[in-house]
Design a protein around this ligand. Sequence first.
Ligand code: TZP
Ligand code: MG
Length: 209
Amino acid sequence: MTLHGQLYAILDLGYVREEDALVAAKALLTGGASLLQLRAKGHAPETIEALARQVLPLCREAQVPFIVNDHPDIAAAVGADGIHIGQDDGSLAEVREIVGEGMLVGRSTHSPEQARAALEEGFDYIGFGPLFPTPTKLGRPGIGIENIAAVQATVGSKIPVFCIGGIKRTNLPEVIAAGACNAVIVSDLLCASDIEAAAHEAAVLLASR
Ligand code: TZP
Ligand code: MG
């Protein structure tokens, strides 16, 4: 995977209605997302799988990896490009048993220690955050921007590090100045009046990294 300059967009059903999901996915892709994840907390597995089967071809057309959040079985069933798991979602080995060797497997991390551990375990990329408190991930404190540069210099020289959590187009320059090379942005894109333009703005800022 490329180490720098990537906007990772998430199609999060907490912000987008199911019936609007494909239009939003197209806008994120056209706007310049480098990866796209389907995140559907609390939705039935059948719903997630059905939507995944519709989003996947859009990603293939855009030549953007399609990642499924939380559900290795669905990722494997639909032939996704990747699966993203949290700290409490088991080990890499357990997920690999379900999805096989070829698939990208990403891990959420919330501290420099967790970031290093994920690299050592063999994950393909990490999320690092939430940098700032965010309604998208309620109950998690912001970890701040102080450790971005160190994590980017160590872990980020081997696998992509995606800063995440409360990142908006307005504070993205500050996050980049703190050392970030890649970012995940959820609500600031999905709640924008023009999702494609918002994604483009963020992608352009990151592309300079
Ligand atoms: N993991 C850590 S923060 C977060 C996730 C899924 C949510 C990021 O969403 P937003 O709306 O960009 O703050
Ligand atoms: Mg999870």
